[in-house]
Design a binder for this molecule. Structure first.
Ligand code: ARG
Length: 465
């Protein structure tokens, strides 16, 4: 090695410009991958020895050396700031420091191009599993809350205008459905992450008799990248993951937005726990939903990461280009963001208090049962378009008189349609309005309990598997 100890130094006469050193270095952030880099290298060394490319003695020395480097790193005894370009070179150099020249045999039959693709895939495979665990816990918390609020009635909104009464449990399970799709998307994405690129070498494969299937077995990869050029240039899985994470955050952000509105004095539907809110430095009365606001804010940052990643890839000629080094910060940032948001969101809704009376009150006013009156008339044989018109005129009348539908007398109602009978008052109760929504997927207690039962059945089956 010449040129300040760089493994690629051979063909260079002059040292690298100091600014270029700094500019091209990724060690400050890719050091996060050290465990995966060493795990990959150990598997690679075992394969090289099994194939007779290095001796069993070389293999033992290399693995022992790598484990010693790992131990230094785990115990934070390793100095990452000694001017190495990236984590791969830092580890290789440390290995050679520990075991001497034989350490130089590790990089046989591979390149940093397939090595870095391997590290990122190993890292992301692990992190996706962690994120899925956090999401499973959050989904469980939502079901718990839905059961607890199985009788709470709230106004459902469209256009943020009071629309129809619904069960709070139904609202909560709507979010469960979103998170369930997100989880499925992450599992699906993990399938495509879980493909081994190692052995693609720089881009063309290698002339040495490597055994990729053996390395894949050691590293528990069910699949091996089939094309070496694709293997070193593919970062689809990074973009795909950031997209899946963006949807998780978008869903949390929408939930947060509701909670922020609901915790305002004007709504008063929820009270967040002191532990999950903050005060104002000037207004003593304030209790602000900052956690929810920050989740909403961090969603924007993840979208930024997605756009960075897509833009990074769009003009790249095959195969590896150094631009690809820029995949790491958006990816790492997204992983950290989605993990912290899901975890803290679960904590926040775990100690939220719903004001059931306020919600019930909110569900009554604002003509929220107008559609139920229209459906009442349909049951009496009135065509829906006509009944819609009748109730519309009733509402206009109410607005003029400053009344709500339940305040109307039979006489007043009959002025608009002769067939109104006393039983109309029953359908004006929000409980009855909710009970009536027995269509599949509707908000009736029957449908909601059925859904909870189905969800719990599926998750019990999943746990048993
Ligand atoms: N630090 C580099 C990256 O993250 C590693 C691969 C470097 N390969 C190369 N041909 N310069 O992409």
């Amino acid at each position: 090695m010449t040129r300040q100890g760089k493994p690629w130094g051979g063909r260079f006469r002059e040292p690298t410009d100091a600014q270029v050193e700094q500019f091209t270095a990724s060690i400050a952030f890719d050091k996060l991958l050290y465990r995966y880099d060493i795990e990959g290298s150990i598997a690679h060394a075992r394969m090289l020895s099994r194939q007779g490319i290095i001796t069993a003695g070389d293999e033992r020395a290399i693995i022992k050396g790598l484990k010693a480097v790992l131990a230094d790193m785990e115990k934070e005894r390793f100095d990452f700031s000694t001017g190495d370009e990236d984590v791969h070179m830092a580890i290789e150099k440390a290995l050679i420091r520990k075991i001497g020249k034989v350490g130089g045999k590790l990089h046989t039959g591979r390149s940093r191009n397939d090595q870095v693709a391997l590290d990122v895939r190993l890292y992301l495979r692990d992190e996706i599993s962690r994120i899925i665990d956090l999401m499973t816990a959050l989904k469980r918390a939502l079901v718990r809350l839905a059961k607890q609020e199985s009788k709470t009635i709230m106004p459902g909104y469209t256009h943020l205008q009071k629309a129809q009464p619904v069960l709070l449990a139904h609202y909560l399970l709507a979010h469960w459905e979103m998170l369930d799709r997100d989880e499925a998307r992450l599992r699906d994405c993990r399938e495509r992450v879980n493909v081994m690129p190692l052995g693609a070498a720089a881009l063309a494969g290698t002339g040495l008799p490597i055994d990729r299937a053996y390395t894949a077995r050691l590293l528990k990869f069910p699949r091996i990248a089939a094309n070496s050029m694709d293997a070193v240039s593919d970062r689809d899985f990074v973009a795909e993951f950031i997209f899946a994470a963006s949807l998780v955050l978008m869903h949390l952000s929408r939930f947060c937005e509701d909670l922020i509105i609901w915790s305002s004095d004007e709504f008063g539907f929820v009270e967040m726990a002191d532990a999950f809110t903050t005060g104002s430095s000037i207004m003593p009365q304030k209790k602000n939903p900052d956690v929810a606001e920050l989740i909403r804010g961090k969603t924007a940052r993840t979208y930024g990461n997605l756009i960075s990643m897509l833009t990074l890839l769009k003009g790249l000629p095959l195969t590896y280009n150094r631009d690809l080094q820029e995949d790491k910060e958006p990816l790492f940032d997204t992983v950290d963001t989605v993990k912290s948001c899901v975890a803290i969101f679960a904590g926040m809704i775990g100690c939220i208090k719903f004001n059931r009376e306020r919600m019930r009150e909110g569900a009554t006013g604002g003509f929220s049962v107008a559609t139920d009156v229209a459906e009442y008339l349909v049951k009496k044989g009135v065509p829906f378009r006509e009944s819609h018109g009748i109730v519309g005129r009733l509402v206009a009348y109410c607005l003029e008189k400053g009344k709500d539908l339940p305040d109307l007398t039979m006489g007043e109602m009959r002025r608009f349609y002769k067939g109104f009978a006393e039983d109309v008052y029953v359908c004006l109760m929000p409980e009855n309005a909710v009970n009536a929504k027995r269509s599949l997927g509707g908000t009736s207690p029957k449908m909601v309990t059925d859904r909870i039962r189905a969800i719990e059945g599926t998750s019990a089956r999943k746990r048993r598997k």
